[in-house]
Write a protein that binds this ligand. Structure first.
Ligand SMILES: [Zn+2]
Length: 249
């Protein structure tokens, strides 16, 4: 998803980015109990691979383990069990995981986990819990990046020689009727190749520090717009807590 944030500042844009990547809770495998593992891979390696499988996460319904009344992170309110039983020869994939909650399952069924030879068995129970990206990358629900909205300005020294058109690696400039036009400003990555190529110093490229082009890529746990909405909720709760504390001073 892409969107433009206007009338803002770099600190606020960065707060949204950080909240989305580090503070929005998402499900990931946190513990694995092995019953048998005859594969060539150690238990630890398989557990690590399982942890990095993105899981679809319902927005409501699960407690963070540290906030759950069970205090152990093992009750149905704060954990989901994914069981796996397979015998080789086969490639074990995420499609072989059976979840105790249909809403919490791998975002894709075709992620390979390990290859089993003839007669080799793998049997395990993986426990998924909610967590946040600042604790471990497996709980990162996606990537959020932003850049300043590009501003490309031409002054009266421009004779539309077309040198910029050739220099721009994104191919967003063109000359029409003796004038240079910008086809898609959002594709500009502020590399300033056009500035360097202009023989008349007639072009200026800068970033607008009040407008930001955001790009959101979700892991698939939930949609990119939900990721941003969840980040807003987290920020809102933090501000609420802060105002309560200030009120007590
Ligand atoms: Zn619990």
């Amino acid at each position: 998803m892409e969107f433009v944030l206007s009338g803002s500042n770099p600190a606020f844009a960065n707060s949204i980015r950080r909240a989305a990547m580090r503070e929005v809770p998402v499900m990931a495998v946190d513990e694995v109990e092995f019953k048998s593992n005859d594969s060539a891979m150690y238990d630890e390696v398989i557990a690590h691979r399982l942890a990095l499988v993105p899981l679809r996460t319902p927005l409501k319904g699960y407690n963070l383990p540290e906030e759950c009344s069970c205090r152990e992170g093992r009750c149905p309110k704060c954990s989901v069990e994914l069981t796996l039983k397979k015998e080789g020869p086969a490639v074990v994939t995420t499609g072989d995981l059976k979840s105790s909650d249909e809403e919490v399952r791998p975002v894709s069924d075709s992620i390979p986990i390990v290859k089993l030879g003839r007669g080799q068995k793998l049997e395990l129970t993986a426990i998924a819990r909610l967590g946040v990206g600042k604790e471990h990358a497996k709980w990162q629900p996606g990537l959020v990046t932003y850049k300043y909205m590009p501003v490309i300005e031409f002054d009266e020294n421009c004779n539309a020689c077309g040198e910029w058109v050739k220099a721009c690696p994104k191919g967003i400039l063109e000359v029409v009727d003796g004038k240079v036009l910008v086809k898609d400003l959002t594709l500009c990555n502020l590399c300033k190749a056009c500035v360097e190529s202009c023989p008349n110093d007639a072009v200026k490229v800068s970033g607008d520090p009040t407008r930001f082009l955001f790009r959101v890529e979700s892991s698939g746990a939930f949609s990119p717009d939900q990721l941003i909405l969840q980040a807003m909720k987290v920020l809102g709760e933090k501000f609420e807590e802060f105002s309560k504390l200030v009120g007590k001073l």
